[in-house]
Design a protein around this ligand. Structure first.
Ligand code: ADP
Ligand code: MG
Length: 602
């Protein structure tokens, strides 16, 4: 067999590895015959165990679960972890195990090494190349961290694929001749992703993607646990007490939850959960469904937003494909049926579809299928900060990757000879509300305001990883290629979802802030120009016009002080108008020099 390429689903709770063999995507089982590997690692003295072997170890303080949630996340911003965490190099975090500190990338490396080993064991040959899936909503830093983990595991990572996109491949490979639009609904242990794709003659094009990196089966376990506590007349915190093995309660809650996917009721049992007391409560499926109201509302909202983004609000899709372990919940299937206006498609194995899709993508890259093309999108907008602290979007979210976008910028001050470029990711209008992926200083030949010409180019590769190229066009300086070093961004994974939510919530305020900032920039420019013109030509002006100008100028200054966008906009327009005459001779030139010539200032 030619050198194989494996496909890996590196899940938060379970992982799997697959390959295309004789034209069929299959998952590779380990020595115990299992195709799903729990995504856990146990760090013992001089030995690391992975998956089921790790779960069998009893010694405490050494087992790391759900490391994926901490990938590319900065210390202090990390969502709840299974072990105490400490600050690590590059701003990231590490788990404190009894064996020392391990970073999420190291844990992922260990998991990936094990999957590589399983593949080599089954294929009886060395494996060096892989495709790895990531949640559609992973940002730049999280994607880089995943790729790095793969490389440290001795794998050349040929491609990162979004999980719902991979699931769509699994769904669509036997329907290549058809033309349809499908939604993939992926509800796993800790994340929720929805993508809408168009499938046509072998092209899998993602139209829009959305999700919540903090919504999944774990939240539903908490719903069960809270229900049980309430029924038993316990306060929530009673289960947080010293001496209570919370992990055990959570696992029992998960068991009950899964049973409720099949049965109408189930019994939660936790004998001697705090050493002396016991819990035994019957939970009805309808109670669980009632308790999930807020989670269900979030899923519904996200699905609707993605439908809007894909431009398919009324149109509907041909299939709503369900994947992820938590998509087994009947109430979740009903919800998908409602939003996609048809019976949910449960033809794919909920736990295996993503890995099967990764295997297919690996097969495509290995050359098995030449007629298949995958067009994915970037989930979050990318841009740079411009004068006044605004976000200037260069690549809007849901843009097909790979892509490359360039824009010219100019200097905001006279004699400026360098500019700071801040590269941002997010959906908010103001730079400070988005995440900084990196910043760098770009020197250029000193120029009067608005005269420098600096080209910036952002390119996103097939993996959704960013590269920035900057060039001083006027000065002819050398190109600066900037690798965005974002081992960790300044936010938690949770904030990804929050960011998009807030962008909707704050859309109005943001718009106001933007309108004000733009009006302020215009006002300042105009005031400067008027001042110059008045000083030089003032004597030659008719008294009436002069008074008008002075009054209008005062109004602008007052509006600036008041900080009110519409008032300022109005005042600037008036000043603009009354200085038209003034502009005839002098201001024309003065303004000309001051204006940026249509280019955005940094
Ligand atoms: P991930 O991709 O995040 O690793 P998975 O897709 O493997 O997650 O899904 C794991 C989640 O699915 C867990 O929260 C698990 O409890 C949940 N799950 C598995 N089986 C069922 C079931 N029968 N009913 C409800 N939830 C289930
Ligand atoms: Mg998954």
């Amino acid at each position: 067999m030619a050198e194989p390429v494996i496909g890996i689903d590196l899940g938060t709770t379970y992982s799997a590895v697959g390959i295309v063999e004789a034209g069929f995507p299959i998952l590779l089982a380990d020595e115990e015959g299992e195709r799903l590997m729990p995504s856990v690692a146990w760090f013992g003295p001089g030995v690391v165990k992975v998956g089921r072997a790790a779960l069998r170890e009893m010694a405490e303080g050494r087992l790391v679960r759900s490391a994926k949630r901490q990938m590319g996340v900065r210390f202090g911003e990390a969502p709840g972890a299974c072990l105490p965490v400490v600050r690590a190099s590059e701003g990231g975090m590490a788990f404190r195990t009894a064996e020392g500190e391990v970073t999420p990338v190291e844990v992922s490396r260990v998991l990936l090494s094990e999957l590589k080993r399983i593949a080599e064991f089954r294929l009886e040959q060395e494996v060096r190349r892989a495709v790895i899936t990531v949640p559609a909503y992973f940002n730049n830093a999280q994607r880089e961290a995943t790729k790095q983990a793969g490389e440290e595991a001795g794998l050349e990572v040929l491609r990162l694929v979004a999980e719902p996109t991979a699931a769509a491949l699994a769904y669509g490979m036997d329907k290549l001749a058809e033309r349809s639009r499908v939604a993939v609904f992926d509800l796993g242990g800790g994340t929720f992703d929805v993508s809408i794709l168009e499938l046509r003659e072998g092209v899998f094009e993602v139209l829009a993607t959305g999700g919540d990196t903090r919504l999944g089966g774990d939240d539903i376990d908490s719903v069960v646990l809270n229900l049980v506590a309430r029924k038993a007349g316990l306060e929530g915190p009673a289960l947080e007490m010293e001496g209570v093995d919370r992990d055990r309660l959570v696992r029992e809650a998960e068991r009950v939850k899964c049973e409720l996917s099949r049965e109408e009721s189930a019994i939660f049992r936790a004998p001697f959960y705090d050493g002396s007391r016991s819990l035994e409560e019957q939970v009805e499926r309808v109670e669980l469904e009632g308790g999930m109201a807020s989670e269900l509302a979030t899923m519904r909202r996200i699905c609707q937003e993605v439908l809007v983004d894909a431009g398919m609000e009324g149109a509907g899709v041909e299939a709503g494909v369900m994947v992820g372990g938590s998509s087994r919940l009947p109430v979740v299937q009903r919800l998908a049926g409602e939003v996609f206006k048809q019976e949910p498609d449960c033809s794919q194995h909920p736990d295996e579809a993503v890995a099967i899709g990764a295997a297919i993508q690996a097969g495509i890259l290995a050359g098995t299928w030449r007629e298949v093309l995958l067009l994915d999108v970037t989930p979050l907008s990318l841009g740079v900060e411009t004068l006044g602290g605004l976000m200037n979007v260069l690549i809007p979210r849901n843009t097909t990757i790979p892509c490359k976008v360039g824009e010219m910028f100019t200097n905001a001050r006279d004699g400026q000879d360098s500019m700071q470029v801040r590269v941002l990711q997010g959906e908010r209008e103001l730079a400070r509300d988005n995440w900084e992926l990196g910043k760098f200083d770009l020197p250029f030949r000193s120029a009067p305001r608005g005269k420098a010409r600096v080209g910036l180019q952002l390119s996103l590769d097939e993996d959704g990883i960013l590269e920035v190229l900057a060039r001083d066009v006027e000065g002819g300086g050398p190109d600066v290629i900037v690798k965005i070093e974002s081992a960790a961004v300044d936010v938690s994974e949770d904030a990804v979802e929050q960011m998009v939510e807030e962008s909707v919530e704050h859309a109005l305020e943001d718009m106001k802030a933007r309108v004000f900032t733009e009006a302020r920039l215009k006002a300042e420019e105009l005031l400067g120009a008027v001042e110059v013109a008045l000083a030089q030509l003032g004597a030659g002006l008719a008294g009436e016009n002069r008074e008008e100008i002075v009054a209008a100028r005062l109004a602008v200054e007052e509006a600036l002080a008041a900080g009110e966008a519409n008032q300022l906009k109005g005042a600037v327009e008036t000043l603009d108008k009354v200085t038209e005459g003034l502009a005839a001779r002098m201001v024309e030139e003065a303004l000309g020099a001051l204006q940026s010539g249509g280019q955005t200032q940094i």
